[in-house]
Design a protein around this ligand. Structure first.
Ligand SMILES: Cc1ncc(COP(=O)(O)O)c(C=O)c1O
Length: 402
């Protein structure tokens, strides 16, 4: 029986195969180092845990309104006021099952089959398939200079009459890059002039290093939230280490938010009330855990970056945020999926091939785990790539050989 064209157009992630192999090795007691992860390993904030338990103990966990509980929307209003300096109305807020769902319903609300959605390369792995799920056409914008950030002109040149939305993610997964003021100002102007929706995936916006801050699109418009095509997409997953709670949100023009809520009402209904309760508590509670996480990640970045930069032939920009480091390994193997498989096989280090993010020749190395993993992973990679190095690499009783 044939499946739909959409189902046939969606690929399985190459990362899954690597993860499955890593899990198999780990189950067999092998000393696998996972630099492929996408979630902080710290505990969720105490406020979230306590609020979740308290609700669970009532034994009354009911349906949520499709676009989120009023309490959750108020928390997002307060969050937006505090961290973006804008105060939306409740009707300009939608709560979803993760930032991913918020992005997906925004795309469904905006894109007709054949419409285009533009985003820079490298991009988050899910963007192309999310656009395809709507029947839309993904338009990838690659920097002519080979860097990880296309220019404003390159972005503008990719937009045509069928462009419905531009998707921007800053700080960026996988590069860790943060868009600068001129770029953001230009993108907002372009989108307002041409009536293109600017979907800002801000999921890492508080995980920015070196005393810097993420630049927000709203800073470059005086228009009311209803009159600008900007939509902020965010959530508790990364900053509060609450990935499994599955709570994200969108803030934008109320007509779009309403359409998104209608779609969500038939898709999943409202997000879990239990998880919303915990998310509300994390937003209103102490924010120390976010600061602690950022400081830890910054230290991990420095350790990993310091070690990988010593590998001759490897090129890497200093990540300004997130918990990823995106390095050009093409001097060793232009086929990064093959290189990732080699590193897993040779020294049991899991990485993510850059081709998944639109940049073959690169590998994404994550430093959201323990700093020892970042250190040990980088050392093993250096050994595996050094053809003239020692014949053996020892980890306790385990000996890797060439
Ligand atoms: C760039 C980006 N956007 C969105 C998400 C999804 O976030 P959530 O877990 O809240 O759905 C991720 C998760 O890896 C991400 O890296």
């Amino acid at each position: 029986m044939p499946f739909s064209r959409i189902a046939d157009s969606i690929g399985a992630s190459a990362t899954l195969a690597l993860n499955a192999e890593a899990a198999r090795l780990r189950a067999a007691g092998e000393p696998v180092i996972h630099l492929g992860g996408g979630e902080p390993k710290s505990r969720a904030p105490e406020s979230a845990v306590t609020a979740g338990i308290a609700m669970l103990e009532t034994g009354e966990v009911r349906y949520s309104p499709a676009s989120g509980t009023p309490e959750m929307k108020d928390a997002v209003v307060a969050y937006t006021e505090r961290f973006y300096g804008r105060k939306p109305e409740r009707t300009q807020v939608l709560a979803s099952a993760g930032c991913k769902q918020a992005i997906m319903v925004a795309l469904i609300a905006l894109v007709d089959p054949g419409d285009e959605v533009v985003y820079p390369v490298p991009y988050w792995v899910s963007y192309p398939d999310m656009v395809r799920l709507t029947g839309g056409v993904p338009v990838e914008v690659r920097a002519a200079d080979g860097s990880c950030q296309p220019t404003l002109d390159e972005m503008a040149a990719a937009c045509g009459p069928r462009t419905k939305a531009i998707l921007l993610n800053s700080p960026n997964n996988p590069s860790g890059g943060v868009f600068d003021q001129d770029f953001m100002r230009g993108m907002v102007k372009l989108c307002e002039e041409r009536g293109i929706h600017l979907l800002m995936d801000d999921i890492y916006h508080r995980l920015v290093f070196d005393g810097r801050q993420a630049i927000h699109g709203w800073d470059f418009t005086d228009r009311d939230l209803d009159d600008t095509p900007l939509v902020v997409l965010n959530g508790v997953s990364k900053m509060y280490a609450m990935t499994g709670f599955r709570i994200g949100w969108a803030v934008g023009p109320r007509a779009l938010i309403k359409a998104m809520g209608n779609i969500q009402s038939h898709q999943t209904g409202g997000p879990s009330t239990l998880a919303q309760k915990a998310a509300v508590a994390s937003i209103h509670g102490q924010q120390d855990s976010v600061d602690e996480l950022r400081v830890t990640l910054e230290k991990n970045r420095d350790v990993l970056l310091g070690l990988v930069r010593e590998i001759p032939g490897l090129k890497v920009e200093r990540p300004q945020g997130t918990f990823y480091c995106f390095a050009d390994f093409s001097a060793f193997d232009k086929d990064c999926a093959r290189l990732a498989a080699y590193l897993l096989d040779k020294v049991q280090v899991v990485t993510v091939p850059g081709v998944e993010f639109g940049m073959p020749g690169y590998l994404r190395l994550s430093y959201c785990g323990p700093v020892e993993d970042a250190r040990e992973g980088a050392r093993r990679i250096a050994w595996a790539l050094d053809k003239n190095g020692p014949a053996e690499y020892r980890v306790g009783d385990r000996v890797f050989t060439r």
